[in-house]
Design a protein around this ligand. Structure first.
Ligand code: G4P
Length: 530
């Protein structure tokens, strides 16, 4: 990474990242503070309040509220200091891992938020593993230091051991719980003091000359100061110093301690992303990689969301720009269909609302409203035939049959199902034998989400029933062999929403048998989106 040429300043100042955490660790609160400092919202509480207002609009959102999960991911942009931050929101619930995985293909780094009392929790670990698959740089924020939390060394040890990553303290907490007064900034030798009287007041920072500066004693009670000196001495001995290269390679994470709700430590974290977080990185593609500094515009769709605004039946394709300087009205080639598309109404997701984007640079996320032409995994270019790679579609782990409550509405159901397939919310299979559809998802909760969305968006009550199949595999091989295989195994064959052949079964034994009896056929649990 370090050998890459300097980027044009507009691109070099972009930081595109996601937040990974276990529910309740403080992701929403932290996001809100980011937006507050970025000037994107005026008051803390607005993200949530706006969320509530939005939620009351639909049953589906009602479910989101009841379950306390966020189903739809979005992207938000804001400026702070000299950086442009693009925060891509990851759905928090473990049932949506596929969506999350794809979201993480659109970012250059991730912030891992942990609760200081709970440490590394299950969902954090899962998301961390996904980041590791892509060697994403990770910055850690240990939140809720205003409450009783674990010993600082224990927290760091746990991360190192549990996640097998080196941890370097960027700040060090002074006291904890009701004794917590702030942090010592190890990267800049400063003291950051938390203001308990006003949650929205940003910490005061006191410039000091190292740990022996007498000024320290004016701000830190004597017993905490002794402890701080001792701990920092130990930390410097036992823990590795910040190694920027290791951070960029994803083998070391710096950790900041703070309290999002008290606006404490958040600015330091933002500074950290700006200073150490990576700038836009190259994108893997066939037949060649795309570098962000290339003057021609390229981008790829990592998410499609339909009916973001119930008043308009539009869908929005979320596109991560991989290179170049995009301007509104540009004509881009949709690489899959080779058709030109004029991008006349792209949207930038400024936190407060959607806004028309006049321009955007590599690293930015823009939304392109469309009528279904743009699908997950699609590449947009200025004409070159490129295909971004590494955006997989996973075989669903749960399958169910689906029927419209009213048999006359079968066509409507088909339309709804195809829309969700396009969004990547579910896999839809049409069995070669019999009627109806089989829907596949990664997590059980998704069936409920789908049922409530179909009812809400299409006015169509539906029923999901147990299916005789439990596994789906994409069938690959030479055309004639696939045809022969299809003919001989009709009861197991279905087609997905792209028309690709899928083998359905309930037995691993069947899958092994196919692989033994049909050496030219491969059954695969993932398919590259195209
Ligand atoms: P999430 O998005 O990761 O699920 O977490 P969220 O920000 O919603 O925070 C979860 C709970 O933790 C919230 O409390 C929030 O106020 C609280 N919280 C966040 N940061 C801090 C912190 O630094 N210190 C302390 N003490 N609490 C924090 P809640 O009671 O669930 O919601 P609310 O009533 O505050 O809205």
């Amino acid at each position: 990474m370090s050998n890459r040429p300097a980027l044009p300043p507009e691109i070099g100042r972009r930081r595109t990242f996601a937040i990974i955490s276990h529910p309740d660790a403080g992701k929403t609160t932290l996001t809100e503070k980011f937006l507050l400092y970025g000037g994107a919202i005026q008051m803390a509480g607005q993200v949530r309040a706006k969320g509530e207002a939005r939620r009351t609009r639909s049953d589906f959102m009602q479910m989101e509220k009841d379950r306390g999960i966020s189903v739809s991911a979005s992207a938000m942009s804001f400026d702070y200091d000299r950086y442009r931050y693009n925060l891509v929101d990851t759905p928090g619930h473990s049932d949506f891992s596929e969506d999350t995985y794809r979201t993480l293909t659109a970012v250059d780094s991730a912030i891992m938020v942990i609760d200081g009392a709970k440490g590394v929790e299950s969902q954090t670990r899962k998301l961390f593993e996904v980041c590791r698959l892509r060697d994403l740089p990770i910055l850690t924020f240990c939140n809720k230091m205003d409450r009783e939390s674990r010993d600082t060394f224990d927290i760091i040890d746990e991360i190192q051991e549990n996640l097998a990553i080196d941890v370097t303290p960027a700040s060090w907490p002074i006291g904890m719980g009701s004794d917590f007064v702030g942090c010592y900034d190890l990267l800049r030798d400063r003291l950051e003091l938390m203001d308990r009287s006003d949650r929205n007041r940003v910490a005061e920072s006191v410039k000091i000359e190292g740990l022996d500066d007498p000024k320290l004693a004016e701000h830190v009670p004597a017993h905490l100061l002794d402890q701080l000196r001792e701990e920092i001495e130990m930390a410097r001995e036992l823990l590795p110093p910040l190694d920027h290269q290791a951070l960029l390679e994803g083998t070391m994470t710096p950790i900041w301690f703070g309290s999002a709700i008290n606006s404490f430590g958040v600015k330091e974290l933002m500074d950290g992303i700006g200073r150490y977080g990576p700038e836009p990185q190259p994108t893997s593609a066939e037949p060649r990689q795309i570098a962000p500094e290339e003057t021609k515009v390229t981008g790829f769709v990592f998410k499609v969301q339909a009916n973001m605004d119930p008043k308009h039946r539009d869908r929005v394709a979320f596109v991560r720009l991989s290179s170049g300087h995009f301007e509104r009205g540009m004509k881009l080639t949709h690489a899959r269909s080779k058709k030109a598309m004029t991008i006349s109404a792209p949207v930038l997701f400024l936190a407060s609302d959607r806004e028309l984007a006049e321009e955007a640079w590599a690293g930015d996320i823009i939304g392109i409203p469309n009528h279904g032409q743009l699908r997950i995994g699609d590449t947009l270019t200025e004409g070159e035939a490129l295909k971004v790679t590494g955006i997989p579609s996973f075989a669903p782990e749960l399958l169910q049959g689906v029927r419209a409550g009213d048999p006359m509405k079968a066509k409507h159901l088909e339309k709804a199902l195809f829309q969700f397939a396009e969004e990547g919310a579910a896999k839809v299979f049409k069995p070669a034998f019999g009627s109806g559809y089989i829907v596949g998802v990664v997590g059980a909760l998704q069936f409920e989400v789908l049922a409530s969305r179909i009812e809400m968006e299409y006015g169509l009550p539906v029923r999901f029933d147990a299916s005789q199949f439990t596994s789906a595999r994409w069938v690959h091989g030479p055309k004639a062999k696939v045809e022969a295989f299809t003919q001989a195994n009709k009861q197991h064959i279905a087609h997905d929403s792209d028309g690709d052949v899928v083998y359905l079964t309930r037995l691993q034994w069947d899958i092994d048998r196919v692989q033994r009896d049909y050496p030219d056929i491969t059954l695969s649990a993932t398919k590259e989106m195209m």
